[in-house]
Design a protein around this ligand. Structure first.
Ligand code: ADP
Ligand code: MG
Length: 271
């Protein structure tokens, strides 16, 4: 599996598989509590964890949503704004170094099997870091650094996938939202929240995530940079499945890093 492969996220309204290319793109996931945001985020992280050409950096204010992937991740940040800002800063430094490298070899973007690996930065609850914990200055620092990563990270393989419970313009300013190539709106409390995720004016054209039933978590509207929203139902990985995939991915990673000897089949004994 590779991060250059489109990521399977569920089915569309015709029952066809929906796959989204994530390399050189970012994804914003919005919706009210219980609308299935963490479910989608987990599906994306599962694909990335199984892709040995992608490293993981996870930020999760609740700790338990992405906690199962901890052993596959380079960095796991819990409810700690100082740690979150430090991590984003380190990612910015890495991003700048990668651009310096590309410049030196007269290239413009990451390619499959590149000398540097892609990086998935998964954030559950942007609002926790950008509007809840720490001082105003720390929260602003978080938003500024995140915006920079979303704006400049694409070409050097940094993919930001971020979920937010309260899609309001103070949490995701419009200019930041527009930087996300993929946007998914699970059920939203009103049309304006839906528009904040999908883009202004979609509710008026009949595309509002407010019409999704509260009893249908994982259903939502998905929109790409240029296109119309599409109704999708996200595939759901339950706790046991996530744990099993995470354990397998961790072994794959450890084996690839030479830390574990791969299991060998016993040789058949001579008769
Ligand atoms: N795609 C899905 N299909 C079926 N059930 C889902 C799906 N996504 C979420 N759920 C159910 O809804 C609950 C809440 O989902 P969650 O992803 O935690 O919501 P959110 O992060 O938006 O608060 C999950 O525990 C699960 O039982
Ligand atoms: Mg959640």
């Amino acid at each position: 599996m590779s991060i250059f492969d489109p990521v399977y996220i569920g089915i569309d309204e015709f029952g066809h598989p929906k796959r989204v290319p994530l390399i050189e793109r970012n994804m914003l996931i919005g919706g009210e509590p219980g609308s299935g945001k963490s479910g989608l985020l987990n599906g994306v992280v599962a694909h990335a964890a199984l892709s040995l050409d992608c490293r993981l950096c996870l930020l999760d204010g609740k700790r338990v949503e992405l906690g199962q992937w901890r052993k596959c991740a380079d960095v796991f940040v819990g409810p700690d704004i100082v740690e979150a800002n430090k991590t984003l800063h380190r990612l910015q430094i890495m991003m700048d170094n990668r651009y310096a490298y590309l410049e030196s070899c007269e290239r413009r973007k990451i390619k499959p099997a590149d000398v540097f690996t892609a990086y998935l930065v998964a954030i559950d609850e942007i609002a926790y870091y950008s509007a809840t914990v720490g001082s105003k200055q720390q929260r602003e620092e978080f938003s500024t650094r995140l915006r920079d990563l979303v704006a400049r990270g694409r070409a050097v393989g940094i993919i930001v996938v971020a979920a937010t419970q309260r899609p309001s313009s103070t949490i995701i300013p419009t200019d930041l939202r527009d930087l996300f190539a993929w946007r998914f709106a699970g059920r939203c409390t009103n049309d304006s929240s839906s528009d904040i995720v999908l883009g202004h004016g979609w509710a008026q054209k009949g595309w509002s995530a407010n019409v999704i039933s509260p009893n249908n978590p994982g259903a939502g509207l998905l929109i790409a940079e240029s296109g119309s929203p599409e109704l999708v139902k996200v595939a759901f990985l339950d706790d046991r499945t996530c744990a099993a995939i995470a354990a397998y991915a961790a072994t794959l990673r450890a084996t690839a890093a030479g830390m574990v000897t791969p299991l060998r089949r016993p040789r058949p004994r001579a008769a």
